[in-house]
Design a protein around this ligand. Sequence first.
Ligand SMILES: Nc1ncnc2c1ncn2[C@@H]1O[C@H](COP(=O)(O)OP(=O)(O)OP(=O)(O)O)[C@@H](O)[C@H]1O
Ligand SMILES: [Mg+2]
Length: 142
Amino acid sequence: MPTYITNNSKETQKLGEMLAQEIKGGQIICLTGDLGSGKTTFTQGFLKGLKVKGPYTSPTFLIMKKYDKNIYHIDAYRVKAKDILALGWEEMVKDNPPAGGSVIIIEWADRLKKIIPTPPAGGSIWIKFKWLGENKREIQFV
Ligand SMILES: Nc1ncnc2c1ncn2[C@@H]1O[C@H](COP(=O)(O)OP(=O)(O)OP(=O)(O)O)[C@@H](O)[C@H]1O
Ligand SMILES: [Mg+2]
C-alpha cells in the first residue's frame, strides 16, 4: 500500500483532504503513530475535505468530538476500549459498512483495536504516521 513523505503540515493536511474524496460514508479511519507525528494535522485536512463545519479542534481533552453528518473524531490516547464503549460506540458503528452512514476517524486507534469492526461486519483503513525530522513525516496506508 502507498507510503507518502510530507515535508510540511500543509502537505499532510492535503493527504487528509485527498482521502476524504474517497470516503463514501460508513468508514473507520484508524490513525497510529507517536506524539506529534501528524495525526491531528491529517484529521484537520480530512474534515475539511468532507466539508464538515469547523472549527476542527483537537479532541485531545474531549476524547470524542461529533461533527455534522455523523462524523466523529476520537482521540484514544487517554482512554481504553471500555470508555469508548460507554460513549455509545455500538450505535456509532452500527451504520458502518456496508450500509454506509457514519465516518469515524480515530487517533491512537491501536488502543481500540479489539472493538474496531473487521470485515464483513465493517471496514477500516489503517494509516501509520512516523516522525522523520522536524517537518518531515512518513504516512503509510497499511
Ligand atoms: N510534515 C508534517 N506533517 C504534519 N505535521 C507537521 C509536519 N511538519 C511539521 N509538523 C508539525 O508537527 C506537529 C504535529 O502535531 P499533531 O498534533 O498533528 O500530531 P499528533 O500525531 O496528532 O500528536 P498527538 O499524538 O499528540 O495527538 C504540528 O505542530 C505540525 O505543525
Ligand atoms: Mg493528535
